[in-house]
Design a protein around this ligand. Structure first.
Ligand SMILES: [Zn+2]
Length: 167
């Protein structure tokens, strides 16, 4: 058995090796530029798309025959997400999480109304709607996600403004 693993499509049922951590099944093995001469990294469709986008390298995906495995329904950069979403109320974009879902927030008006957050994919399809835990607020919740899973990108100006309005 060879210790050198080939880059390209994988179908071994293992989880994605992105350090977010990610529990989605891996679909392709690609070189890992951080580790010299490493065996590379097996990634899920979203992290494969992010890998190519971050490196500005779509060609390698094509060479490895894995370009059609990269996710097309996820967000990769915050500035491509619309600034606002009108869903009965106006939501402001504030981040893209470790799954490539965009988060939008709407701050509750007054003490009886909680902050609300929605997540959407690149087709703007709703993934879920929820309130950040009241005892940490939006700011604390953003930090919590950052520690546990990481963000692709957060608009801290929006989060800070929302938090200020709360006070
Ligand atoms: Zn992944």
């Amino acid at each position: 058995m060879s210790l050198v693993r080939q880059f390209g499509p994988v179908d071994d049922g293992r989880d994605c090796e992105h350090p977010s951590p990610c529990e989605t099944q891996a679909v392709a093995r690609v070189p890992n530029p951080v580790e010299i001469a490493s065996a590379g990294r097996e990634l899920c469709p979203f992290h494969l798309a992010l890998w190519a986008d971050t490196r500005g390298d779509e060609e390698t995906l094509c060479e490895l025959n894995v370009d059609d495995l990269a996710a097309t329904d996820r967000w990769l950069q915050l500035d491509t997400v619309p600034p606002y979403l009108d869903r009965e109320v106006l939501y402001r974009r504030f981040g893209i999480d470790h799954r490539g879902l965009a988060h939008f927030c709407e701050t509750g008006r007054g003490p009886d109304e909680d902050d609300r957050v929605i997540t959407v994919d690149r087709r703007l399809e709703l993934d879920r709607a929820y309130g950040p835990p009241a005892h940490v607020g939006l700011d604390g919740w953003v930090d919590h996600v950052d520690r546990k899973r990481g963000w692709v990108e957060v608009d801290h100006d929006v989060v800070d403004q929302e938090v200020d309005r709360d006070e």
